[in-house]
Design a protein around this ligand. Structure first.
Ligand code: BDP
Length: 648
């Protein structure tokens, strides 16, 4: 009822057939960048907005709200983009709204874009949670499933139909989660009239963060020539002092084009070039991309400029696209994670895209503050728990040398019905979209295909195996993992297929609450069991304890800053024994407090942050900082003169 007809869901009889049936994406998704041939117009700011509060949430479609201005079919309010809509108003029904909301904005398109038929005009939505339908001047241009990845539509011919008309963009977004969405959820209709008001339905989910919704990332228009660089793939390597950049450029709009590919150092000097659409660029005296704290100049980036020239009978086309390129390698052995052939130890955080008022909306002050905090903390890495983060964040990681485990939105997959064909088909498409978007980021060193799926259920092993196999075929160069919960040892069913074991555990918290003394034994057992069975390197991908900022008690009691510190300290003692063997990383849960759905275990959200939601440190932040700087000194291979003083 809440969804219009879905496009593109291929239904086949068995999971293996699903693998073959999902057609790989055949267009690129390069991040929109200005160049001498490409212009860009951001559509951030205020949009008209209305939630469809009709009983079946379908009035907007029934009455075709997209056909005329939204304000003509009913009242609208101001809504900032990018932002989640949930915390913007005082309306409790909007905060907890389930169903379609409608955004609209009129745009003045530069006259040249309209006049020049040799120009493509592309509308791009950075992310909209969860399901979106887009119209331009009342005509549908695209729809997209999935809340954390970009989608586009070419709208040039549409806006040329009537050049005097302003370009009216309407986007309907539905946050409903079903058994087949990612993450999954269920809608429950509360039909007992002795208990619930007429028409009440609720969204049930099995994940621990608020289901924020809306236009979460920038919406923009950009241009390319009709013949254009559609995609670029780079894979890097090095031998002694020589860097190796294997690349592949795909061109659209013409059968042939003349290309010039130039790799430049960070001062703009050409270091290698080619005129082939795919090939190998060799870089003498290569400057490798190194992680933060592993090298005195981390995050070194070259620029790959791709110039294209093409002609048809009437026109000539020129396109220029510049891609940042970091040259580095990643490998996994039975006990180590190697970056540029050197052991890398993950000392980092798990994050959320989450903050006051904006919810999951992209916010530059927040992004820069978070990077400053991560660097202050001595964190060299983070995991994009539990969904892909904004590309703008990954670009910051590339430049600052922050290593990323890139996770898809496969979180809360607990119901056996979410392991069926339709779910798997969609999950495969999401991995496709994720790899296509993020494949060229040097900071991304591993894919995570799911968080704590109920891997013990009968269909789960084949589901995970298929997912991992597909991801490996999309990107054979990066290791793959999924995140397991150590409390549920049976959740290891996908472990034979991963490269790195990632384990979450909350000893002395969800089990044996208050008993700090269990941590050394249980954590040791956890590691020995996993390594004994699989002989693969292990990352402690989550651990931690809730602490309400400013709550103190000594001896430590749960929810105080002292207890959070004590949990961390006990975990660290075990990490220090095991990291000499096969433990290759530790990621605290969580970087900052974050909002969740309401429930008896959450007081205004999850408080396992080492920073508050407003990014102020708890005691644990100082404990962790001391540790991370020490770890950087011990494992980071910095030359002695750049060692970081732990006493800071
Ligand atoms: C883990 C989940 C994470 C939760 C965390 C917790 O992966 O999303 O927020 O537990 O309970 O199992 O704090």
């Amino acid at each position: 009822m809440l969804f219009p007809d879905r496009l593109g869901v291929v239904r086949v009889v068995c999971l293996v057939a699903v693998f073959d049936a999902v057609v790989p994406l055949d267009t690129g998704m390069l991040f929109p960048r200005e160049s001498s041939s490409r212009e860009l117009k951001e559509l951030n700011g205020l949009w008209d907005f209305r939630a469809d509060k009709s009983a079946n949430r379908n009035q907007g479609f029934e009455r075709s709200w997209y056909k005329s201005r939204l304000a003509e079919s009913g009242p609208v309010i101001d809504m900032p983009v990018p932002a989640s809509y949930n915390d913007i108003t005082q309306d409790i029904t909007l905060r907890d709204f389930i169903g379609w909301v409608w955004y609209e904005r009129e745009v003045v398109v530069p006259a040249r874009w309209v006049a020049d038929k040799g120009t493509r005009v592309v509308l791009r939505v950075g992310s909209a949670h969860y399901y979106s339908v887009v119209w331009v001047n009342g005509e549908k241009v695209t729809e997209h499933e999935g809340g954390h990845l970009p989608f586009e539509a070419e709208i040039g011919s549409l806006i040329r139909k009537n050049p005097t008309m302003p370009c009216r963009i309407t986007i309907a977004v539905n946050n409903t989660l079903t058994l087949e969405t990612l993450p999954p959820g269920t809608i429950q209709h509360m039909n007992d009239r002795t208990k619930y008001p007429d028409g009440l339905f609720v969204q049930n989910t099995d994940f621990d963060f608020f289901n924020y919704a809306g236009l979460h990332r920038p919406v923009l228009l950009y241009t390319t020539p009709k013949v254009y660089v559609d995609d670029i793939t780079v894979v890097t390597d090095f031998l002694d002092d020589t860097g190796v950049v294997r690349y592949d450029v795909s061109v659209r709009g013409a059968a042939t084009a003349i290309l010039k590919v130039t790799l430049m150092d960070n001062e703009g000097h050409s270091v290698s070039s080619s005129s082939e659409s795919s090939g190998v660029l060799k870089v003498a005296d290569v400057k490798l991309w190194w992680p933060y704290l592993m090298h005195e100049s981390p995050g070194y980036l070259y620029s790959m400029e791709v110039q294209l020239m093409a002609a048809d009978g009437k026109w000539t086309y020129e396109d220029v696209y510049t891609l940042p390129v970091g040259i580095r390698t990643v490998q996994v052995t039975s006990s180590q994670f190697l970056i540029n052939n050197k052991p890398f130890y993950f000392h980092g955080v798990n994050k959320h895209e989450d903050s006051d008022i904006r919810g999951k909306g992209l916010d530059w002050p927040l992004i820069v503050k978070d990077f400053n905090l991560m660097k202050w903390l001595g964190a060299n890495s983070f995991r994009t728990s539990h969904y892909p983060y904004a590309e703008e964040i990954l670009q910051m990681c590339d430049r600052h040398g922050i290593v990323v485990i890139d996770e898809c939105p496969g979180v809360g997959i607990k119901d056996i019905r979410s392991f069926g064909n339709a779910s798997l088909s969609h999950h495969l498409v999401v991995m496709d979209e994720l790899v296509r978007r993020d494949k060229n980021h040097p900071s991304v060193v591993m894919w995570s295909v799911a968080n704590e799926p109920a891997a013990e259920l009968p269909p789960a092993e084949l589901y995970l195996k298929t997912l991992i196999k597909r991801t490996r075929s999309l990107d054979p160069t990066r290791p793959i993992t999924y995140i397991t919960a150590s409390i549920n040892y049976a959740s290891d069913k996908g472990a034979p297929y991963v490269d790195v074991i990632c384990v979450n555990s909350y000893f002395s918290w969800y089990q044996d609450s208050g008993h700090l003394e269990v941590i050394p034994i249980q954590l040791n057992t956890q590691f020995e069991n996993w390594y004994g069975k699989y002989q693969k390197p292990i990352i402690q991908s989550e651990y931690g304890a809730d602490a309400v900022s400013g709550l103190h008690r000594d001896p430590p009691v749960m929810f105080t800053e002292e207890y959070q510190n004590a949990v961390l300290q006990s975990y660290h003692d075990v990490f220090d024994q095991k990291r000499k063997q096969y433990v290759i990383g530790e990621l605290i849960w969580n970087f900052a407090d974050f909002m969740t759905k309401q429930g008896v275990t959450r007081v205004l959200g999850n408080k396992k942050g080492i920073f508050s939601r407003q990014r102020q440190p708890k005691a644990a932040a100082f404990l962790l900082r001391k540790r991370y700087l020490r770890l950087a000194n011990e494992t980071g291979r910095l030359p002695p003169w750049t060692k970081y003083p732990c006493s800071l």
